[in-house]
Design a protein around this ligand. Sequence first.
Ligand code: AQP
Length: 329
Amino acid sequence: MTKKHTAFSGIQPSGTLHIGNYLGAIKQWLPLQNDHDCIFAVVDYHAITVPYQPIDMRGRILDAALDYLAAGLDPKKVTLFVQSRVPEHTELAWLLSTVTPLSELHRMTQYKEKAAQYSAAINTGLITYPILMAADILLYNTHVVPVGEDQEQHVELTRTIARKFNKRFGETFTVPKVQLTEAKRVMSLADPTRKMSKSLGPKHYVALTDDEKTIRAKVAKAVTDIGGTPQGELSPGVRNLFMLLKEFGQTADYLRFENAHAGGTIKYSELKAAVADGIVKHLTPFQERRSALAREPKKIWAILEHGAERARPIAQKTMARVKQAMGLI
Ligand code: AQP
């Protein structure tokens, strides 16, 4: 029997998950759980690289876990855990930092964006973040990393780190590959030239937990034509709405609006209504499952603890191999 390939991914408990996180990451985790060894983490150590309130953190971790489970991850099939419950993540990150060129970290787009966003509070963790992410991935002998496009550069760096380590200390790590979805970069509703992000603020995203009224209001206000779009091309906002319709709506509606756009008869208010209908229809059962799960927080913490117990021995085995390769044991 051939060994199953491993998939690893994570999401930061840095606020409400949104439809960008869902379409770019979580949606592709669902089929993977049937034919891969899946290890999915709530990466809390990553979330503390930007300002946050300690009192909120436990609740945010629980929220992220609820989102995973309500989206359809089956804890019997996948290993779900909180990153800080497996100390080998930070231990490996230190060892990997000794083979990671500092120049590579300075090149990372996410670092540059976050450093600009939090310019008054740039800490070292913000720049070493990709090394911790490489450790997250490499600890589990990961083959595929299903993420959104914004994380592609970090996975590329993980590959570089793995190759450098293998070259210097002998074959130790599996070199992982990134896996992207069709909706790999969902754009902000309020500023469609930027990626939909939790930290941009609520008007920029549709949260997985937004109620129908909020969803309709946010989509109705989505920016469409901003001028400067070349003739015959879709503006970033309209392209984003079409992508959302493709993901959440009916094919017949998509084709109808595509024709209307080509013929110059499209009404954006109608396009937005169809997009909102699709999102509401999709999120309603998700929110029902989430509410039911939220009634039993102890069960969710137990699932996460059980996941950490499953992850730990794999991580420990990798650490032993790494330390041996480096001459530390
Ligand atoms: N807009 C997006 N489109 C597609 N995929 C996305 N992802 C995030 N935004 C989009 C993917 O979701 C996964 C988890 O992301 P994360 O929470 O770990 O960090 P992030 O990429 O930094 O997400 P946010 O919303 O932008 O958070 P903040 O504002 O806190 O930084 C990843 O696979 C990511 O690619």
